[in-house]
Each structure stands twice: as structure tokens, then as C-alpha cells.
Design a protein around this ligand. Sequence first.
Ligand code: ADP
Length: 440
Amino acid sequence: MLDQNTILNSMRHIVDPDLGRDIVSLGFIKNLKIDGGDVSFTVELTTHACPVKDTFKLRCEEAVRALPGVTSVSVTMGAMERKERPGSGVNTLESVNAVIAVSSCKGGVGKSTVAAHLALAMVREGLKVGLLDADVYGPSLPTLFGIHQPQVAMLNNKIQPLVVNGLKVMSLGFLLGDQPAVLRGPIVSGYITQILRQTDWGELDYLVIDMPPGTGDIQLTIVQQASLDGAIIVTTPQALSLVDVARGILMFEKVAVPVLGVVENMTSFQCRDCGNVHYPFGRGKSTLQERFGLATLAELPIVPGVSDLAKPDAGSDLEELARLAENVHRAIGKSRIEAEAHPEVSYADGYIHIKWPDGEEDDIPPYNLRCACPCAACIDEYTGQPILDPNSVPRDIQPQTMQPLGNYAVSIAWTDGHSSGIFSWEFLKEFAKRVARANA
Ligand code: ADP
């Protein structure tokens, strides 16, 4: 007799490569029905855009069909519904599966270019995508797509987005004109609220929001009102300031939005004369990955004319963009699953105690960890040399607050007044091992 356990067990060897766990223990198998030898179930993935969707379907069918007594297998592929967050209340985003912000600490690093190309790369994958240009300081969507002073239509009191090359687009520039908004804060906030609440996006797999650069009140308004699923930070090697990036991460974390990773723009160029690829700012392991545990989602080269998106095939020849879209799907999926299980950190009996999702536990002495703080005030961000003198740290130092930052790090404020340290879980795992070895 076929039973649920036999069927589930037959699929336990199918491991999600991004999450490192099997699809049964991840809870992906839903609505399992057995009718004689006919088996049907749904595989509920983290997002519709899961890059390994087809492989999962095939492998599930194969595994169950191989069981004795099974005469037919019907597998439906589904995706997790977007969870409502407190404070969302933005009804036009109800049928959007994932809302992601593309943000930068400084202007001019290519944030709008990356946001638009990411959205277009997703459209090329067959997804339903919207792009909202919320950059009040200089809306760039009109320029990128060559749309100037369009007639924005209203229907049932909702703003209708334009459709360009299969992508739904809306820009503050369509309402304000192409001029940078020299408007006072409250008025700008009013426009943003209106555009967020009233744009009629319909059903979307992704809404990509091109954020205003920086981390002020306007940015926070958007982050809160749009109820984001994740954020991407765009930077260039020459604009990279760890202090700014840390500020960006903290802004998103304040409202519990996971930072999915970083896009490093304009890292290299191909010389027209010799054909060689040059890296004017050097190559190496990303400092952001090392310092904050943030993944690099893509490294984009300098490409002349990359911001001319009026052509239907703009960007289709850039492999890095397809990879960027794929990495974003993976990161969203991972963050949705991991949101349910990240390490727990506490302080007791003179130790910082970490309980890892796999059940392992570590104790770290606060003094040692404070001395190893990787922030820009403790380690020179250009030379990597320590600035902090361990003798200046009180031996009896304790953590005052420990704020987990999504799935990748914890921010610690100490009793010596220092509060800019962000410790990635990866760093802490390694550090705990080092402490244990030293004490052995
Ligand atoms: P931001 O939104 O950060 O202000 P933009 O996307 O408007 O930045 O880009 C700033 C300028 O840099 C634009 O002139 C754009 O064409 C150019 N640019 C951005 N990314 C690239 C790239 N990868 N290659 C060449 N030029 C780029």
C-alpha cells in the first residue's frame, strides 16, 4: 500500500542547491493526494522564478514513478505566497509576489541603470515585472527609456503604468516632469505615497523600485510603505565606502528588510584597441563579502551606451545581467526560507552565546570579539590594518544590545560606547572556532 511517508521519503534525496537541504524537510511538498496508484502533489518553491524549477519537477516525477504500485504522477509547481507585513497597507501591491529595492549610498554609481536592466532581464525570462522610479532627486527612467512627458492615464482612480518592451514602468518623472524635484520633504513624501498606493501594477512576479540614493527619511518612507521583500545595494569600486554601506544595511534592517547582496558596477572595461579586459580598480575578494557577509550578485563592466534602454534588445547580449536576475531569484528564495530560521544570539554569564539553526552552540568572550571588530573605525578600510588598540578596550566590556541583521549578520553596541560593528554569522562561526582552538 502506498502511503504519504513512502512517497515523501522517495524525494528526500532531492536537495535544493541554494538552501543545502532536501525539498521534503524544507516543506516544499504540499497537497499530497493518493488515489490507488495515482499520486498528485504540489511542489511549492520559494519563488515562481526559481532557476531549478524544471529540474525539481522532473526529479520529483522520476522518484515517485519509480515506487512500486505507482501508476501515475501529477506534479504541479507553485510558489510561496508573499507574506503580509505589518504596515504594508499598500493595496495596489497586493498581487505583486516580490518587491525589491535597488539602492545606493551615493548618486551616479549606476543604480537606475542596474534597476532597469535587472527588470528587463527578468522580462526576458518570461516574468511579469514592473519598474518604479522613485528617485525624487532626479528621476532617470524617462531618460533611460526615452519617454518624455507621457500622458499618464487614470482608471478607477488608479495610475496606469506605461508598458515598454514588455516591462510596466512608472516614474515620479512622469508626474513631475524630467526636472529634479526641488520640493520640500513633506511634498515629496506625498508624491511617493501617491505613486506607491495608486499605481495599478496588476499581477506581477517582481516590482523593482529604483530608490533615491542615500539613507534619509524619504528612503525610509519608501522602504516602509512598499513592504519590501529585499534590497540590493549598487556600488562602484571607486565609490565604495564601508561606512556608507553599513548605514545602508542598517536602514533596511531597521524595518526588517533583508539585503540580498551587492551589485558592483563599472568594475572593468574591454579595451577597443587591444581587446583585453582591464580592472582599473583591481580585482579580489569583495570587501563587502568579507566585512558584512554580503553576496556579490553581479559585477558589471563599463559598457558604452549601456543606459540606452529604448531599444527592444537593450542589454540582452550582457551575460552578467542574466546572471544577476538569476542570483536575485536565488537570494529572494533563500531569504524567504531562512527568515524562518536564523541563529539566535544572547548574552549570559560573561559570554556571547550563539545558537545556530543546526542546533550547535558557541560561546564567545566579549572582550575578544570587541577587539576583532571589523568596522571602519577599528580597521583601516583601505589598508586592512587594525586601528583599534586592544589596550583601550575595557577587559570587562559587555554587549549592550545585539541586533540580528537578517540572515547574515548581527550588529552589536558595546558598553564602551562603540556601536558600528557588524559581525557576519560566517565571521562569528570562524571566530568561535578560533577561540575554541586557542582554549583547547
Ligand atoms: P544613479 O542612478 O546611481 O545616479 P545612473 O544609472 O543614472 O546612476 O548612471 C550614472 C551614469 O553612469 C549614467 O550616465 C550612466 O549611463 C552611466 N553608467 C552606469 N552604469 C554604467 C556601465 N556599466 N557602463 C557605462 N556607463 C554606465
